[in-house]
Design a binder for this molecule. Sequence first.
Ligand code: ZN
Ligand code: ZN
Length: 392
Amino acid sequence: MGLHEEVQTLVPQLIAWRRDFHRHPEIGLDLPRSAGIIAGVLRTLEYEVAEHIARSGVVGVLRNGEGPVVMVRADMDALPIQEENDVPYASVEAGVMHACGHDGHMAIGLAVATLMAQTREQWRGTLKMVFQPGEEGFNGAEIMMAEGVLENPRPDCVLALHLWSTLTTGKVAVTPGPVMASAEAWRVTVTGQGGHAAQPDRTVDPVVTAALIVTALQTIVSRNVSPLETAVVTVGRIAGGDAFNVIPDQVILEGTIRTYDPLVRETVLQRFREIVAGTAALMGANATLDLHAMTPALVNDETITREVQDVVRKTQGDEALELGLRTMGSEDAAFFLQEAPGCYVFVGATSPGKIMTPHHNPHFDLDEEALVIGTSLLLAALRHFMAFGRED
Ligand SMILES: [Zn+2]
Ligand SMILES: [Zn+2]
């Protein structure tokens, strides 16, 4: 039986899993229902199962002789969004929705775990299936790592995918190097001396100071970062003042910084601090900066990624392979790929001709054909990296 026929045998189950997860979404690190289903399936397949890692994380290990340890990571959490799709499998939880596709990631993970367990004669080594909670801003990957998820056994290679709405179904984007950005969240508190709007000379105006900071920050990317490098500095929130005729004491700015390269990141952070402190000093105000590093850049290993590209060409055809897809979004799989070499793949999930709905939108829905493609791709990649006779 060829790869595609093999995956076809599991399609009704694959779709049933995805729709069940979709109907019953859970948020953050507490995903007892999803975790229970996953642990149950893995146990039936005779995986060694560890539960409650980062509260709801599940790890299934399948040992199948001498060979490499390959880890597959699937994220599990939904979002605080009210679903607006009118589909039979719509969320039954008010205000909670799988609007990023992680329902599909769990279903693909279970399908891959099933097919690998059923075909042990076709590969050797140790398969480590990692189902991760809390990807959407809950530090799930970091917490799982702190609880030892990368030990016993330690992976030689990490594979992960995201079903991707801006790619047409049938396309698979596999790009070496950085594909997602490092992310920091920042908050600047500008403190001046408030007073009457008609007597600005008797105040230290934090509104004008904040405005100058916002403008000066634009020069980091345009004047300090090389035009050949990649960075984003965004101010996403300005808050200050209560009345048209009052100069407030304080203005708050919040935003994010995104980069691909650690040296570029250092340059941006250094200029950021200098501009905030220098502009505040120039205006006689005070500014404090709270900087919160969220994720590092997600960097695909060159060698492994070239091999995954070959797997895509062989199993999905040359025309399926999309090169060069990168985003300035961030993803905490980056922590795993920082510790072990690997490849993170984007799998097209919008059917041809259909209007794309962005992730995190109340109308987001997956083309379920993408579940089949994601399963085939991971299965083929695992058998490639865990093939008999392959030199390590
Ligand atoms: Zn998301
Ligand atoms: Zn996501």
